[in-house]
Design a protein around this ligand. Structure first.
Ligand code: SF4
Length: 465
């Protein structure tokens, strides 16, 4: 879920901010996607109604999750598939390892859920090489890198960097022209599709009614993965279930416009169990909890489970645009990562995860664009309060208690104002950029306002009193 050894968000963000190339790549990419999304959404007069429908369907599912999951299991089984239940990452990885059998190499279609459980690493430990087939995921894998965006995992890389990565990995690309790079990847992946017997996928949705599983992607590589190998293993978070095809229709409108700014998704693959003589002849669906039922138990935090991973909130986030996804140290970056990761980790001692709810200016842009109306700022403040509660009495809470004591008395308040105005002598160029003592934590990431030469109360007493 979080990358082992990742620093807390403020430390990682500081390093990212110093990388001007990274910031340029991010600004170009997010500005373009943001503009296109806004145009695609503006085309629909009933966009707001669609958002509300998406929210309502997801809420209905979360309220009756047990019922829909059992319905899904029955439907998949009826159509020749096998359902496995996994409480956590270790159980899910063990199930997949067993199902892979004696295969030494498997192909994978882009899946955040398998990244969440560290499946590639678990398979590697068992001697199985998992080949990422989504182009951006392949770039990340060949570069021995980490993804930095939900939809565009290699958003932090430009064409020249990608060519270098390909060259180092032995993929022939004569130039950094996008078509040449894509052709090099295609030739490499085609060999893998034709030689692998086992494929692993995630899932965007699963329809409880019929047991159909749905994957949306843009390149067609996913389609190859889902149809060519003999055995298909899908790992899906339990919150991805939707009741019926009619409900699915709402998300098939919301997701493409919010993520890639397309009216319709280019490759939407749907399969239902096993069809003799057509596609994989063995299908396994691994239903993963991994902290989701604990999240469900939190009335304020549970709305994060409505997420359909469109990434619209990343593209509008001013913090994400400047720091990039890797600063979050989590498989789920940006605003959604800041609320889902700490909840799934569910460990107040994990300082890295606990730093994420603070990775926001609370500007609210994420809520405005979220297709399922997750009130991310509300969840962020809720999680911040939880972090503070778990920490107990620290320097900040002592400072707040002292401030409350000062504010409770007009005399104490007036004396504090006088004392505070002395801080003017620390100002440089009209700014207070470095406060001493406990104030240093405040000025480490922002300037403090310079106090007035004369407190307002004093001025009032002299002039109007
Ligand atoms: S929180 Fe909303 S906007 Fe962000 S990825 Fe999830 S669905 Fe998309």
């Amino acid at each position: 879920m979080t990358w082992l050894g990742s620093p807390k968000f403020p430390d990682a963000a500081r390093a990212a901010l110093a990388d001007t190339q990274l910031r340029r790549n991010l600004r170009n990419a997010t500005t373009t996607i943001r503009g296109r999304r806004a145009e695609a959404v503006d085309e629909l007069p009933d966009w707001e109604e669609l958002r509300r429908a998406g929210e309502a369907i997801k809420e209905q599912v979360l309220h009756h999750l047990d019922t829909y999951l059992e319905q899904l299991e029955a439907a998949v089984t009826r159509r020749g598939g096998t359902v496995h239940w996994a409480r956590d990452a270790a159980e899910a990885n063990a199930v997949v390892r067993d199902l892979v059998g004696d295969a030494e190499e498997v192909v994978k279609v882009k899946s955040m859920t398998t990244a969440e459980i560290g499946l590639n690493e678990a398979l590697a430990a068992a001697g199985v090489h998992a080949v990422e087939t989504d182009l951006a995921e392949l770039i990340v894998q060949l570069g021995d890198d980490r993804p930095s965006h939900i939809l565009v995992p290699a958003i932090h890389r430009n064409r020249a960097e990608i060519r270098e990565i390909f060259r180092a990995a032995g993929l022939e690309a004569e130039s950094d022209d996008p078509r040449v790079l894509a052709e090099a990847a295609r030739a490499h992946l085609r060999r893998k599709f034709l030689s692998c017997d086992v494929a692993i996928s995630g899932a965007n949705f699963a329809v409880a009614d019929t047991g159909s599983v749905v994957v949306l992607e843009s390149e067609g590589n996913g389609r190859m993965c889902l149809t060519l190998p003999r055995r298909l293993i899908t790992v899906m978070g339990i919150e991805k279930v939707v009741p019926t095809w009619q409900d699915l229709e709402v998300f098939l409108q919301l997701l493409p416009r919010s993520s890639t700014a397309e009216r319709m998704n280019p490759y939407t693959s749907v399969w239902t169990g096993v069809t003799p003589g057509d596609g994989p002849q063995e299908f396994h669906l691994v239903l993963l909890d991994n902290g989701r039922t604990a999240t469900l138990a939190d009335p304020e935090g549970r709305q994060a489970l409505r997420c359909i991973r469109c990434s619209a909130c990343l593209n509008v986030c001013p913090v994400y645009e400047r720091t990039g996804g890797r600063s979050y140290g989590s498989v789920y970056p940006g605003p959604i990562g800041a609320i889902i990761t700490p909840q799934l980790v569910d460990d107040p001692r994990d300082e890295q995860a606990a730093s994420l709810p603070f990775a926001s200016s609370l500007c609210g842009a994420c809520f405005e664009v979220c297709p399922v109306r997750i009130d991310i700022p509300e969840v962020l403040t809720h999680l911040r309060a939880e972090v503070v509660r778990a920490r107990g009495r620290d320097a900040e809470s002592v400072a707040m208690a002292a401030a409350a004591w000062v504010f409770a008395s007009p005399r104490r308040y007036a004396a504090a104002q006088k004392l505070g105005s002395l801080a003017r002598f620390l100002a440089r160029d009209g700014r207070l950029s470095r406060l001493p003592g406990p104030g240093a934590a405040w000025t480490s990431s922002r300037d403090a306002p310079v106090p007035a030469r004369e407190p307002f109360r004093e001025w009032w007493r002299k002039n109007r009193g």
